[in-house]
Design a protein around this ligand. Structure first.
Ligand code: MG
Length: 382
């Protein structure tokens, strides 16, 4: 890190965020419990090298901005312009009266800023007038149009993030000499146009830009868990099905469908995670249609309903509670069968067993109990 330098941050938060929807611009909307702007502001405020933080906001956004940063130390607000370039220029102009040595220009739409990125940028400015965080491109690239066009070679291409860091004099000079009839893609480009060199430091996947409404899904809605519990009576003369596997045993389970207690618990866990009611709602025991039915279809259907709501299964963990039969020898087959019904990797499915030390109805071998937990994740932006 360059010591002794006066370093300021400039957060650009002047947009109207029309792609996100809602009446409040996106930079003031909550993400992970705080306004978007507050995340990067706090990251700068917590960094020991940053001496002051300027925030460029749109005209009329003062109240939203103050509310977003309430309780934090001395935000300095600057009114932005009609373009991002103008907004940055206004911010730099506000700094120019008492200029810092270095400035980090950041977009509020990238909330998850790490000290590691800030450190790397500041270190790079020891030898260069500018520095940007960048990441390689992992998707394949093609030209667009009505149909997919020619492939664009991604090797050597980079995704440029913010903050972009500069020696203040160099970026201020670049902004002042910029031909304002042309729009700049970013500040680093403007520095380069003015003869400056921009170093590349390692970017951060967490530093992604929040652009669309879907980006604002709360974490609580992205990961969801549900539990299930079920009991069936052990009787003579019935087949024993557990986790979709038929097991040779002296007794079998009686009840609704094939009475696969483990699948019933797991079905309820999945329905629970997606807040879709319980197994009895979807497959009422009173309906003769389900008498003797294979429980596979309950589980498959529950997962299908969850998928229609936008969820995929992260993992499921089933515990079978009984004195007999021994579950261990069947565990691999059970996991394989559940994974096949749910159409997921076997690694996502756990089956365990325990006894109740001969206590209670399971201890007396009157019945088998099962409990399950399932975690779903919202598909889409994950
Ligand atoms: Mg049941």
């Amino acid at each position: 890190m360059v010591s002794g330098n006066k370093i300021s941050a400039l957060i650009v938060a002047a947009g109207n965020g029309s792609r996100v929807g809602g009446t409040i611009p996106k930079q003031f909307q909550p993400i992970s419990g705080k306004p978007l702007l507050r995340h990067s502001y706090e990251a700068f405020a917590a960094h020991p090298a940053i001496r002051s933080i300027f925030v460029v906001i749109g005209a009329g956004q003062e109240e939203w901005a103050s509310d977003s940063l309430s309780g934090l130390l001395t935000p300095i607000f600057v009114t932005g312009g009609t373009t991002r370039r103008e907004s940055v220029r206004n911010g730099l102009a506000a700094m120019a009266a008492d200029p810092p040595d270095l400035v980090l220009i950041h977009d509020a739409a990238r909330p998850f800023l790490s000290a590691k990125v800030i450190d790397a940028l500041i270190a790079a400015l020891e030898h260069h007038a500018g520095a940007v965080p960048a990441l390689p491109i992992v998707d394949s690239l093609a030209r667009g149009g009505e149909f997919m066009g020619e492939t664009v070679e991604r090797e050597g291409l980079l995704r440029i993030q913010t903050p972009q860091a500069f020696r203040f004099d160099a970026i201020w000079a670049a902004h002042q000499s910029w031909d304002i009839t042309v729009e700049a893609s970013d500040d680093a480009r403007m520095l380069m146009q003015n003869g400056g060199q921009v170093a590349i430091v390692e970017g951060d996947e967490n530093l992604g830009k929040y652009t669309f409404a879907g980006d604002f899904l709360e974490q609580a809605d992205i990961m969801r868990t549900g539990t299930g519990f079920d009991v069936h009576r052990l009787v003579e003369g019935e087949e024993l099905w557990l986790c979709g596997v038929k097991i040779d045993h002296t007794h079998g389970l009686s009840g609704h469908s094939d009475a696969d207690v483990a699948i019933h618990a797991l079905t309820d866990a999945i329905l629970g995670a997606a807040a879709l009611g319980d197994i009895g709602d979807h497959f009422p025991p009173s309906d003769p249609k389900w008498r003797g039915a294979s429980s596979d279809q309950f589980l498959k259907y529950a997962m299908q309903l969850a998928a229609e709501k936008g969820y995929a299964l992260c993992n499921a963990d089933v515990t079978i509670i009984c004195e007999a039969p021994k579950i261990g020898p069947h565990r691999a087959a059970m996991r394989t069968r559940l994974a096949a019904i749910l159409n997921v990797d076997i690694d996502k499915i756990s089956v365990k067993a325990t006894t109740t030390e001969m206590l209670g109805f399971t201890g007396r071998k009157e019945g088998i109990a099962a409990q399950a937990i399932a975690t779903l994740q919202q598909t889409g932006r994950i």
